[in-house]
Design a protein around this ligand. Structure first.
Ligand code: ZN
Length: 147
């Protein structure tokens, strides 16, 4: 099964489309681009090889991976090279009240001052898209891998 991970709101992107990534390779630097109220990394994941913005229909058709799987797959110490701190959880209640929409993903920040974001899976990743979405997720990198 293929999965695509999205890394959003990046300040800088260090990868190119179709680039292969091995564990530890740099993806970019955490930032505050797009609709964001402070530097953080928004990270989420869907099934399949995605090359565009996720749509509501994709969410409703159940393509989003369930919350515990996202947490286990994508948030670990290898992401920043230090323990990540979750600032907005999946489907966070406060976020929903404030912005009147669900938060499908996690907002995380590193516990150290190092804002470099790294490919944190042992499987080889492939950059399937790089998008600039100023009204939404800002500078985004989509990385697909097989698991
Ligand atoms: Zn978010």
């Amino acid at each position: 099964m293929k999965y695509t991970v999205r890394y959003a709101h990046l300040a800088q992107v260090f990868v190119k489309p179709w680039q292969a990534l091995k564990e530890g390779d740099l993806i970019g630097i955490m930032g505050n681009t797009g609709q964001s109220y402070g530097a953080h990394l928004h990270i989420d994941c869907v099934r399949g090889r995605q090359t565009k913005k996720y749509t509501l229909s994709e969410i409703e058709s159940g393509k989003y991976i369930s919350e515990p799987k996202q947490l286990n797959y994508f948030i670990d110490e290898k992401l920043f090279g230090s323990k990540p701190v979750i600032t907005t959880p999946y489907c966070d209640y406060d976020y929903q009240r404030l912005f009147r929409k669900l938060h499908f993903g996690y907002d995380v920040i590193p516990s150290s001052a190092d804002w470099h974001i790294r490919w944190n899976r042992s499987k080889i990743g492939s950059v399937s898209a790089i998008l600039d979405d100023p009204e939404g997720y800002g500078n985004c990198v989509y990385i697909t891998f097989e698991a």
